[in-house]
Design a protein. Structure first.
Ligand code: NAI
Ligand code: MG
Length: 479
């Protein structure tokens, strides 16, 4: 079956971005050659090599931390909050002005659809800088004091490259810290463009340093003795390793790790909206979302109807060229991630769940996975327990609210959940009983800088966003 809606291709031009053949590291306000090796970043939709990027060595990380320390001591921590805010507002405005360029580059390097990078990632990035700019001169009202920590080492993943950078850098700078940030090895390019934006904004040298590289570079940041704070988003395994590495030091840590969110649909829910919420919950960003609604819990009395409507809707999803404005689902970020999604999906089938994939043609080059749903899933199945981090939904059913709560909370994670029902009182009682840092009601994947985000249990600790997001970058009331 071919897609029931046919459109002419409507690709966004990539002429707006200027990708250089090679990139150095951004240290002390300048791009410098790394002293180590280099690696390639590719476009996962085509496997085209985009650029060579420096892999920061221990010595490079040390130079970046030294630059951050100098900038902290001599400039940034001495500046008034109102002065710091001017830089953050300037960065926010430049992000808006260069929004199209950032969105196109993000889609090329990451594989996400342009309609998401353009309408979600980049606007929320700008909103985070505007929001935290507003806090910079009001920290005495934060409840966490107004004394910064010093140098923050920040390590981010590849699923929302620039958005995770904004979540880390905006509150850190607003509070008076300086940063050394490492983007993920498959998506370094928008962080390097952000470095140019720092230059354009005349940010004092050393306040923001961007060091590219993989796990070794991350480890060098975490273990550097002159880093005061480590902020990490990524896998639970690496999060645990980081928690072990900083145990017994004075370093402050925040960890934002995995999830296996339940998206709970009651029989009184407005089903058309719920279907859109299920689709958005798991297929947004190819399912590369820590808070993705990867477990659908549907009330038994409407399960058949929901599945029928869901499959019909999934058959209309357009999978393909991330730069095409009609595309709903883009490329899987890397060959490694595709292998993981395939492996867990095969295990789901072997364990006896029933697999259905949307009938779509996938491009021959690049990394692709058709939107997929598993029914007949039981709690013990690995596809119900482990983070797949791809466009794969596991469906379980329930009869009563208590059974839904029991199943939703039966996971090592605790990041997010969704509740779909017509009854306001049920939303409140469910939200109180769900062990999740974020609970969405009759919506999903809504991100706003004013709202704190973070998890319980193996989903990590600390909050990002909102007033709570300042806590991880300040010394506290009585210091
Ligand atoms: P990862 O945790 O290895 O990578 C995240 C970041 O940590 C990257 O910048 C990476 O270079 C860095 N890193 C890796 N090892 C490190 C170490 N020992 N010390 C310091 N930094 C280190 O995640 P990966 O391998 O890219 O993805 C594996 C799985 O993790 C995914 O399939 C998904 O389930 C989960 N994940 C969760 C994310 C989230 O948003 N919570 C984001 C990305 C992945
Ligand atoms: Mg890439």
């Amino acid at each position: 079956m071919s897609n029931i809606f046919e459109y002419a291709p409507a690709p966004e031009s990539r002429a707006i971005v200027d990708i250089k053949p090679s990139y150095g590291l951004f240290i002390d306000g300048e791009f410098v050659d790394g002293t180590g090796k280099a690696f390639k970043t590719i476009n996962p939709a085509t496997e085209e090599v985009l650029a060579e990027v420096a892999e920061a060595s221990d010595a490079d990380v040390d130079a970046a931390v030294k630059a951050a320390r100098r900038a902290y001591t001599r400039v940034w921590s001495r500046m008034s909050g109102a002065e710091r805010a001017k830089y953050l507002y300037r960065i926010a405005r430049i992000i808006q002005e260069r929004g199209r360029e950032l969105a196109v580059l993000e889609s090329i390097d990451n594989g996400k659809p342009i309609k998401e990078s353009r309408d979600v990632d980049i606007p929320v990035v700008a909103a985070h800088f505007f929001y935290y700019a507003g806090w910079a001169d009001k920290l005495e009202h934060s409840g966490y004091g107004s004394t910064p920590l010093g140098v923050a080492g920040q390590i981010i993943p590849w699923n929302f490259p620039l958005l995770m950078l904004a979540w880390k850098i905006a509150p850190a700078l607003a509070c008076g810290n300086t940063v050394v940030l490492k983007p993920a090895e498959t998506t370094p390019l928008t962080a390097l463009l952000f470095a140019e934006i720092c230059q354009q904004a005349d940010l004092p040298p050393g306040v923001v340093n961007i060091v590219t590289g993989a796990g070794e570079t991350g480890r060098a940041i975490v273990s550097h003795p002159d880093v005061d704070k480590v902020a990490f988003t990524g896998s639970t395994d690496v999060g645990k390793a980081i928690a072990r590495a900083v145990a017994g030091t004075d370093k402050k840590v925040t960890l934002e790790l995995g999830g296996k969110a339940a998206n709970i649909v009651f029989d009184d829910a407005p089903l058309d909206q719920a279907i859109e919420g299920i689709v958005n919950g798991i297929f947004f960003n190819q399912g590369h979302v820590c808070c993705a609604g990867s477990r659908l819990l549907v009330q038994e009395s409407v399960a058949d109807e929901v599945m029928e409507r869901l499959k019909r809707r999934m058959a209309t999803l357009r999978v393909g060229d991330p730069l095409d404005k009609n595309t709903d689902v883009g490329a899987i970020n890397s060959a490694e991630q595709l292998a993981k999604i395939r492996e867990l999906s095969d295990i789901g089938e072997a364990e006896g769940a029933e697999r259905w994939s949307a009938p779509c043609e996938l491009p021959s080059n690049g990394y692709w996975f058709a939107p997929t749903v598993f029914t007949g899933v039981s709690q013990a199945h690995r596809i119900a327990r482990e983070e797949i981090f791809g466009p794969v939904l596991s469906v379980l059913t329930f009869r009563t609210p208590s059974e839904a709560i029991e199943k939703a909370n039966n996971t090592p994670f605790g990041l997010s959940a969704g509740v779909w029902t017509d009854k306001g009182s049920r939303i409140l009682s469910m939200a109180n009983r769900l062990r999740a840092g974020v609970v969405w009601a009759n919506t999903f994947n809504k991100f706003d800088p004013t709202s704190p985000f973070g998890g319980y249990k193996e989903s990590g600790y600390g909050r990002e966003g909102g007033r709570h997001g300042l806590e991880g970058y300040l010394k506290g009331e009585d210091s």
